[in-house]
Every structure is written in structure tokens, then in C-alpha cells.
Design a protein around this ligand. Structure first.
Ligand code: RAT
Ligand code: ZN
Length: 426
């Protein structure tokens, strides 16, 4: 019996090591977008997850302002010293840096950052990018592309080349940025869209009329023709209040969903990030909050023909989201997002999802902001999910079902991109 069990665990592990993964959400860019594509040790060490961790151990005299005024190399040196030398790099983000160096064949035992930097300085991005994709075993990664960022928009308008391994996603958080609506509207007006505003109690807000909706819709359709996204995407706070927040509800109902239906694209929602909870930390100062997923269920119910990809940040929201994934066929659940991308939580979430959804979900996305992170994010995920799946196949076998290697490979591919692609095509 023990032998059979070992065989099973070896087979599942091997399949997990071999499966080609589709990474459905990252923040990577094509090399042709210049400095937008981050890579190398200093970017790895100054990942915002690690910046937050630095301040859990740094002395009080390291103020946020002092940190932000340092050069990237100085920041990286400080994080290396504090989180890797003075303390054990046991956190998921810190361990990730070590896995990345190690998988690239670099010597980590000596703790010699200078020689690691030297190795990276010799890499040529055009060769290095495919190498990283090969090590991580990814067919393609979906990017995050904002039409509201003038620098980025310029690259798209000039048709900067995009390799096949990177696919765009149209990121539209700004359409819900009602605190700064004046500048959001300005950005669209400058691009030739007659988006109208109104003032309520001193606050500039979108004018919720047919003209504004059709102009936003035209903006989305035109940008989609330019960048050819896989989906539209936006992130929301735990206060996501579809059905209660009037401008948000109407912009979704009358502009985003119609554009998505016209183009046959899903709308991805990432819910639960409390932005700027600690503003001094900038994008590292975000916390998590439990959202009211009843609002999401209303959205799914009101638009049965539109497709939605959803991930939520709060652990407390995961079970309810998974239930929605069973009940609404227009919902595809993806990833263990940000603070959920930790082994213990990935383990728990993946078990829960398999138990309620079978394989019709996407187990993980990397959220890589730095190219090299693809290596560790996927290495760690493969290990954790291999243990989860071994248990699930063992239970299935004990229930009296036999399965082939090909069937295991089919199921594994499904939770790493196959189900996502099937959902897009459905
Ligand atoms: O995980 C992250 O790096 C976050 O900062 C965000 O990028 C988040 O994933 C998002 O896309 O808003
Ligand atoms: Zn992200």
C-alpha cells in the first residue's frame, strides 16, 4: 500500500513540475517598453512586499521619507542586510528571493550580494526573458496595461513590439476613482472622448448620462482595438458596493459590461485591497478588508451573459466566493492574491476550491512585478499544490476510482490555465 501511495505522490509531483502554466495576472511589460519591465536583484529586493517587511524590523530613525529618498541600490542593500543577514529570510517574499537566485544557479550560501549583482549585470534582457519563462515553465503571462498612464499609452500607440509570451489586459481602475474624477475625465477628454462631469457638494463626479456612458464605452472599445486585451480589469476596496454606489454601478452597467459584451471579453475584478491604509509606505501600505460579496452576486445575477473573473484578498471572503463560483456560471475564480499567496493559505484555498468546484477555477496567478519573480512564485506554488492534489487523488482512489497519468495531467493543466481558456472561449 505504502508503495502505491509513494507512486501516486511521485506521479502528481512530476506532473506539477512538468505542467505548462498560463499566468493570468502579472505586472510585467515587454522589453520594448523600456524601464517599465523590472528585473534583477535590486528590483527583487525592493519588491513592495519586502519594503513593508523592512519596516517591521528597522529602527525608528529610518523614516519613510528617508527610505524613499535613497537610491534603489541603497534600498536593496538595506533590505538585504536587515531581512536576509540580520534576520532569517523566512517570510514567503524573502524566501522567494533565495529560490529565484538558487534556481538561476547562483551561489546563495556565501550571502554575497555583490557577486549576484555581477552575474545579473552580464545578462541580456532579450535572452534572459525567454530563459525566465522557460525556467518557470509558462506559456504566457497576462500583463496589466493602463490606458490612463500616458507613458505606457505612448508605447501602445507607437506599436512597440510585444512578444507572444506576454498578453495585454486593459486595466481600468481609474474609471472608479471618484476622488480624482476631474483628472480621470481630463485624461479621457485629452484623448478625444467627451466624458462629462458634474459637481456635487464640491466634489467633481461623472455625469451619469447616456453621452458619458457611450463615450466611456467608445474609449474601452478603441483601446481594446489598439492593445487587444484578454480581459478588462479593475481592483476595488473591501467597500466594493455594486448596487449601492450609484456611479460605480452605472459605469459598470452602462459602459463596461456593454463594451465587454460587444468585444466578447470578461471583466476581472480584484476585491478587498484597502489602498493607502498607511500612505507613508506607498503601494506597500495596503491592508486587506472583508468585502460584502452580496454586491458581487448582484452583479453576476444582473449580467448573466457577461463573464467575470474574480479574486478576493480577504481570507474571510474565500469560501463565499467559491460558493458563488458554483452557482454562477458567468464567474471564473482565479488566484491566491497578494496576502493570500502564502503556502498555508494557498493550501487551504486550493483544497476548498477543489472540493467545491472540481477543476473549474484557476489555482494561482503570480502577480509578478519583477520578471525574475516568476521563477519563485511558480516554483513555490507547484510544490504546495502538488501536496494538495496528492491528497485529493488518494481520497479519490480510496473512493474506488482509478485514473491515468494523462487524466492527472489534464486536471492539473486545467487549474493552471486550461479552465481559464475554456471559460474565455465558452
Ligand atoms: O500584488 C501586488 O503587487 C499588488 O500591488 C497589486 O498589484 C495588485 O495585485 C493589483 O493588481 O492591484
Ligand atoms: Zn496585481
Amino acid at each position: 500500500m505504502r508503495n502505491v501511495e509513494d507512486q501516486l505522490s511521485l506521479e502528481v509531483h512530476r506532473t506539477l513540475q512538468e505542467v505548462t502554466i498560463t499566468d493570468v495576472h502579472t505586472h510585467l511589460f515587454p522589453p520594448s517598453f523600456g524601464k517599465a519591465l523590472l528585473w534583477g536583484p535590486d528590483e527583487l529586493l525592493t519588491y513592495h512586499y519586502l519594503i513593508a517587511e523592512l519596516f517591521t524590523v528597522a529602527k525608528w530613525d529610518l523614516t519613510y521619507d528617508k527610505f524613499w529618498s535613497m537610491t534603489k541600490v541603497q534600498q536593496a542593500d538595506l533590505i538585504w542586510e536587515q531581512l536576509f543577514i540580520n534576520h532569517g529570510p523566512l517570510s514567503e517574499a524573502a524566501r522567494g528571493v533565495i529560490t529565484t537566485f538558487h534556481k538561476l544557479g547562483l551561489e546563495t550560501k556565501k550571502r554575497d550580494l555583490a557577486s549576484i549583482r555581477k552575474w545579473f549585470a552580464q545578462q541580456k534582457l532579450d535572452e534572459y526573458l525567454p530563459k525566465v519563462f522557460e525556467i518557470a515553465k509558462i506559456d504566457y503571462a497576462v500583463m496589466t496595461n493602463s490606458p490612463f498612464n500616458p507613458k505606457e499609452a505612448k508605447y501602445w500607440q507607437e506599436h512597440a513590439p510585444v512578444p507572444d509570451c506576454l498578453k495585454p489586459a486593459l486595466r481600468i481602475d481609474s474609471l472608479f476613482d471618484f476622488e480624482n474624477w476631474e483628472s480621470v475625465a481630463d485624461a479621457m477628454t485629452t484623448q478625444g472622448y467627451d466624458v462629462r462631469s458634474t459637481t456635487e457638494g464640491g466634489q467633481v463626479l461623472p455625469q451619469l448620462d447616456g453621452k458619458t456612458f457611450s463615450e466611456i464605452r467608445r474609449f474601452l472599445v478603441d483601446w481594446s482595438k489598439t492593445i487587444k486585451p484578454v480581459y478588462f480589469a479593475a481592483s476595488f476596496g473591501p467597500d466594493f458596493a455594486y448596487g449601492k454606489n450609484k456611479p460605480l454601478t452605472e459605469i459598470i452597467d452602462h459602459a463596461i459590461v456593454p463594451a465587454a459584451l460587444e468585444l466578447g471579453l470578461p471583466f476581472a475584478l480584484m476585491i478587498g485591497a484597502r489602498r493607502l491604509a498607511n500612505p507613508g509606505l506607498r503601494n506597500a501600505g495596503v491592508t486587506v478588508g472583508t468585502a460584502d460579496l452580496y454586491c458581487l452576486s448582484e452583479l453576476l445575477r444582473n449580467h448573466p451573459h457577461a463573464k467575470f473573473l474574480v479574486t478576493v484578498l480577504a481570507r474571510t471572503n474565500q469560501h463565499e466566493l467559491t460558493v458563488l463560483g458554483r452557482v454562477f456560471r458567468n464567474l471564473h475564480i482565479f488566484g491566491c492574491w497578494w496576502y493570500c499567496n502564502n503556502p498555508s493559505i494557498i493550501d487551504e484555498m486550493t483544497r476548498q476550491r477543489l472540493e467545491l468546484l472540481g477543476t473549474s477555477f484557476t489555482a494561482q496567478h503570480s502577480d509578478a512585478r519583477v520578471l525574475d519573480q516568476l521563477i519563485y512564485k511558480w516554483d513555490h506554488t507547484r510544490e504546495i499544490i502538488s501536496k494538495v492534489l496528492t491528497d485529493k487523488y488518494r481520497d479519490l482512489r480510496e473512493a474506488g476510482w482509478e485514473f491515468s497519468k494523462d487524466e492527472i495531467a489534464r486536471d492539473v493543466r486545467n487549474i493552471f490555465g486550461g479552465s481559464f481558456e475554456a471559460f474565455l472561449k465558452r
